[in-house]
Design a protein around this ligand. Structure first.
Ligand code: 5GP
Length: 130
């Protein structure tokens, strides 16, 4: 069965898309730790990030870097934190999280609530800077 993220890639499930190319897709996390919290995934479904072949993983990191720079230009923060958990969704993904303090990347924190309109305009703003 296709993962929830594969369904997002093919458009079966909607997402607040930031960017995509032939191999990768970036979109806003629906339950963000901070405004601008985004996920970068390979379009090809692989569960574990470190099972991805070297060339694809290197390219994914560079794609994530471009997404991070676009988020940084959009959301005021000290830097973009990077996390890989994959404990919930078995489709490899890199979390990109705007940080002002170490505590901002604690996954036990309450999530930020945004309206659909806020998600839409935030994704658009980041996408325009990608
Ligand atoms: P992890 O697998 O890294 O532990 O957590 C999965 C992350 O994906 C969580 O931060 C969760 O909020 C996010 N997530 C789960 N389902 C969806 C979804 O359908 N859409 C979006 N945009 N994010 C999701």
């Amino acid at each position: 069965m296709a993962s929830i993220f594969t369904k997002i890639v093919v458009g079966e499930i909607p997402s607040y898309k930031i960017a995509e190319d032939e191999r990768f897709f970036a979109f806003l996390d629906i339950n963000p730790l901070a405004k601008g919290h985004a996920l970068v995934i390979p379009k090809k479904e692989v569960d574990y990030l470190f099972d991805i072949d070297d060339d694809t993983l290197a390219s994914m990191t560079l794609f994530a870097k471009r997404v991070a720079m676009a988020i940084e230009k959009t959301v005021p923060c000290k830097r973009i934190g990077v996390a890989v958990l994959g404990l919930e969704v078995p489709h490899a993904h890199i979390h990109l999280i705007p940080l002002n303090s170490e505590a901002d990347i604690n996954f036990a924190n309450p999530r930020v609530k945004l309206t659909p309109d806020e998600f839409t305009s935030l994704a658009k703003e980041i996408a325009n800077k990608f």
